[in-house]
Design a protein around this ligand. Structure first.
Ligand code: ATP
Ligand code: MG
Length: 450
């Protein structure tokens, strides 16, 4: 296949955006007599005028040869064998991923020479570690804009699939037959949604239509891979848009069946939708400001209403509150894990955040200080604030928790003293004391707990 060749400068490429380390990897490969090109997302980003976040290199050299050419390098991966070349240390560390050209894993028997199957029964690619030529490497990529080859030394760009034209039309288009490409790897549907949200591109209508037909294929993807892909969708700074896009396809119902059921539930669903959107908006602000984000927090939000519904249901039986809570949480996560595998630590964080909600609302004077010292307090408080913004919690409670965090030790003690005793519980030693709160508290006389 003959590519079209373009001068990078004429396409508006800004070479200063290319990492010097990536440049040196390409240069070293070329000096050793091999091909060396920047590929994938970094070339796409340069073409549409964005700063790439990382750099991938493609070459005709084998992984062993690449590894021999670079000092700090390591062959990684089972499904794809590639080489990580490392530069710098600590905060300045940069890894350039170098891959040997691969071919689509076609052969007549559907098996590799060793007898291993190449595809699943429904056509999903299980093993695509077949080396190939540059044009084969181009057509096995997902979208035309992701299949450009940029040589930063010679300043040329090779285009085998009319990716430059699609980038000009700001369109994401699947290479080849969308249905077949989704069958080979259903995650490509999620990648379309992700890049549409992140890069504000359109999806070519034919590829978009096929998502609706092929959404069910996502059920075949191992849950652990879905976990990674779904959280990439939410942690790239455009989660609100990605969630909106996802919900315009049947993929949302496949990935988060309980959430989608709750969202369709009239007025409560409407409020739940607002809560999810507010949380995603918050996540976007944090990502853009460089603050850490944790999947456990978003899962706590996304599964909140399914969990509450389940908890209410378990409360109708004879079960006590604590057992009901755990049973409901287990059931909700069990069902969620049928599509996306949730690592134990992530699920644990979400459940802790849920547990905190009742404690934060109760404001038991004896537990306040202990709660504030706990590791999950801040995330649980953020969750409470979101619930308040969607009228699930009284503003007074959220304001009280905000104020106590900003107060010094004495003010804290006074605020705690002003709280009413938790209902149904008595102070040890008889009747509660009466005390007058400071005027700003505005709550008159309350029981004093020492
Ligand atoms: P990002 O900016 O998020 O890193 P990216 O396009 O570089 O975007 P990667 O996951 O780093 O995404 O993949 C690098 C390249 O590998 C892609 O641009 C694409 O060419 C190819 N690729 C990745 N995933 C697939 C897939 N599922 N099917 C086909 N090609 C893929
Ligand atoms: Mg990338």
């Amino acid at each position: 296949m003959k590519p079209s060749s373009h001068r990078a400068g004429e396409l508006g490429f800004d070479r200063s955006r290319v990492s010097p380390n990536a440049f040196s990897v390409v240069q070293r490969l070329q000096e050793a007599g091999h091909d060396g090109y920047l590929v994938g997302g970094c070339v796409r980003d340069l073409l549409i005028g964005r700063q790439p976040k990382d750099f991938d290199v493609a070459t005709d050299a084998s992984p062993e040869r690449i590894s021999a050419l670079f000092g700090r390098s390591r062959i990684i991966g089972r499904r794809f064998r590639l080489v990580h070349v490392t530069f710098g240390r600590g905060y300045n560390r940069e890894i350039i991923e170098v891959a040997t050209y691969r071919a689509p894993p076609e052969n007549s028997s559907g098996r590799k020479p060793g007898g291993r199957p190449v595809r699943s029964r429904r056509g999903r690619i299980l093993d695509d570690n077949v080396f190939g030529t540059i044009d084969a490497d181009a057509v096995r990529r997902d979208f035309t804009v992701n299949a450009l080859y940029y040589d930063p030394v010679g300043e040329t760009v090779l285009d085998f699939v009319r990716g430059i034209e699609d980038a000009r039309r700001r369109t994401l288009k699947i290479i080849g037959n969308p249905e077949q490409r989704f069958k080979e790897d259903p995650v490509r549907m999620l990648r379309l949604v992700r890049f549409k949200a992140k890069l504000r591109l359109k999806i070519d209508p034919h590829s978009a239509r096929k998502i609706s037909q092929c959404a069910g294929l996502i059920d075949d993807v191992p849950g652990a891979r879905l976990f990674d892909e779904v959280f990439k969708l939410f942690h790239q700074g455009t989660a609100v848009e990605a969630w909106k896009q996802l919900n315009q396809t049947p993929l949302a119902g496949r990935l988060f069946p309980q959430t989608v059921e709750c969202l369709e539930d009239g007025e409560p669903g409407h409020r739940f939708g607002a809560l999810v959107e507010a949380a995603l908006g918050n996540t976007d602000s944090r990502v853009r400001s460089g603050f850490p984000v944790i999947p456990g927090f978003l899962l706590a939000v996304i599964l909140w209403h399914p969990f509450k519904t389940e908890w209410k249901r378990s409360g109708k039986g004879r079960m006590n509150r604590g057992d009901g809570f755990h049973l409901a949480a287990t059931r909700v996560f069990e069902r969620q894990s049928r599509s996306i595998a949730i690592p134990y630590r992530v699920r644990h964080i979400a459940i802790e955040i849920w547990k905190f909600q009742q404690w934060l609302e109760d404001r038991n004077p004896r537990s306040i200080v202990r709660l504030m010292e706990q590791r999950r307090f801040r995330a649980a408080f953020d969750f409470l604030v979101l619930r308040q913004a969607t009228a699930e919690v009284s503003p007074e409670v959220a304001e009280w928790w905000t104020e106590i965090q900003e107060s010094d030790r004495h003010q804290r003690r006074r605020m705690i003293q002003c709280l009413p005793a938790p209902s149904g519980r008595k102070r040890r030693g008889g009747k509660p004391h009466k005390t007058r709160c400071r005027p700003s508290c505005g709550r008159g006389e309350h029981n004093k707990i020492r």
